[in-house]
Write a protein that binds this ligand. Structure first.
Ligand SMILES: Nc1ncnc2c1ncn2[C@@H]1O[C@H](COP(=O)(O)OP(=O)(O)OP(=O)(O)O)[C@@H](O)[C@H]1O
Ligand SMILES: [Mg+2]
Length: 439
């Protein structure tokens, strides 16, 4: 079963209070009083969010966090800590916690924090606007608007955190289907055996446990838009089923006898290079052509640095308001750092960093220390010798390829460009990887 929230706290009254605060928001909640019980539930269910106390007998919240991240990487874990120092909080974030709450906290604080992890009711209201200044994003938006006017399938590609889901919503909201359902499914977050019934529905008795029939997401999205996020993760048997649904415009529920016609606009999202998956035989080529009628690629943030300042100002406004620090400014030095940083996590990372900085900034200004940026990623050291830029680029590429023993994926990561860009540059500079490795 896919569930909303699991609360873990060995203090029974605390767990109960949290449960009540969240139930008021209509979330589907389970409560347990130890990490061991939490892990047991993870064998049956998937939770979108776990709220866990850090200090617990036997297994601590931090240990639980690690285990959950292994079992279910997509689950957002929010840790509750009483003795929190800034350092502590930053540490748990580094270990993969999505957020933390310092005790004592109000029901409202808890609700606000949790709400962020349910995009349909949070991002939508609060982060509705797509902020940009760059020409490249302007192009993306124009293309999205055109796509909104037709019913053809759209494929949105881009690195993690670039705003793909946001763009999918934007397309829906600008289309004639805007008052009809918008249904998003994350193909990577749901195990294969559940995903099929999730997408296509089932009839009573289709499998043990199917005590009643249930419509799938395609049926629920009828008349509107269905978004298949992380479509690159779709298992091959489901790829074939999806292809059929798209070709026929109808679905078969599991265990069903009649087909059900559906009218949906499909938006697929991926942060993988689908072309590559096709050439590796991991993604059906015919399905790729079907879903890729209108391709839209969102460039990574480092390739559109003009957007950084705008986004920073925007997020600063949002979080200043939220934290009651309306006067807080950002120092020039801090802004400069932000502009130079390579943003491997793109806009999402920028948003998180600003949020954290607003919370931790003690004075009137946000200073570089408040950012906790990973300094190693900042900039490459250049030698004193001056050469043409393209020559510099060529040398950097060679260095990266050598360092990674020719692994293009890793080399691209080091260089902060997409694999595709690297491939093009290798071609452009006529580099021979084998020769490079031999030299
Ligand atoms: N141009 C933008 N303006 C304002 N907010 C943005 C912009 N781009 C992204 N964001 C914010 O960044 C966060 C990440 O965006 P989103 O979830 O759409 O990214 P994504 O590409 O789907 O990421 P992932 O691949 O990790 O799922 C969201 O909180 C979103 O509101
Ligand atoms: Mg996404």
């Amino acid at each position: 079963m896919i569930k909303d929230i699991l609360i873990v706290d060995d203090e029974v009254s605390m767990a109960k209070a949290m449960g009540e605060a969240l139930k008021r928001m209509k979330y589907d909640i389970d409560i347990v009083h130890s990490a061991a019980e939490a892990l047991e539930l993870f064998e049956k269910n998937i939770y979108k969010v776990v709220v866990s106390d850090v200090r617990m007998e036997k297994m601590s919240g931090k240990e639980l966090l690690k285990k959950i991240k292994k079992l279910s990487p997509k689950t957002s874990v929010i840790l509750v800590t009483a003795y929190g120092t800034v350092q502590d909080a930053v540490e748990v974030m580094k270990e993969g916690a999505s957020d933390y709450i310092l005790k004592p906290f109000s029901a409202e604080q808890l609700q606000n924090t949790v709400r962020r992890y349910f995009p349909s009711d949070f991002s939508l209201q609060k982060f509705r606007e797509i902020i940009f200044k760059s020409k490249s994003m302007e192009k993306v938006l124009k293309l999205a608007e055109k796509a909104a006017m037709v019913n053809a399938p759209v494929l949105i590609q881009g690195e993690s955190g670039t705003g793909k889901e946001m763009l999918a919503r934007y397309i829906h909201k600008n289309s004639s289907r805007k008052d009809k359902p918008y249904i998003a499914v994350n193909c990577a977050a749901i195990p294969e055996n559940l995903l099929e019934s999730e997408l296509f529905g089932y009839e009573k008795g289709a499998f043990t446990g199917a005590t009643s029939s249930k419509p799938g997401k395609f049926e629920l999205a009828d008349g509107g838009t269905i978004v298949l996020d992380e479509i690159g993760e779709l298992h091959s048997s489901l790829q074939s089923k999806l292809l059929r649904v798209l070709q026929e415009g109808e679905v078969d529920r599991l265990g069903g006898v009649k087909t059900i016609p559906v009218d949906v606009r499909l938006i697929s999202i991926t942060n993988k290079d689908l072309n590559e998956l096709v050439s590796e035989g991991k993604f059906r080529e015919d399905l790729f052509f079907r879903i890729n009628v209108i391709p839209i690629e969102i460039p990574p943030l480092r390739e559109r640095p003009e957007d950084i300042e705008y986004l920073t100002t925007y997020f600063l406004n949002v979080y200043r308001e939220e934290n009651g620090k309306k006067e807080l400014k950002i120092s020039a030095k801090t802004l400069k750092l932000l502009k130079e940083y390579s943003w491997p996590g793109n806009v999402r990372e920028l948003q998180n960093i600003i949020q954290r900085a607003v919370i931790f900034a003690g004075g009137k200004e946000i200073n570089p220390e408040d950012l906790f940026l990973d300094k190693n990623r900042k900039k490459i050291k250049l030698s004193d010798e001056l050469v043409r830029l393209d020559e510099m680029e060529r040398r950097m590429i060679i260095m990266a390829l050598k360092k990674t023993l020719g692994n293009r994926k890793k080399a691209a990561e080091i260089l902060g460009i997409s694999e595709r860009t690297l491939r093009n540059k290798v071609k452009e500079y006529e580099l021979n990887i084998e020769e490079i490795l031999r030299s």
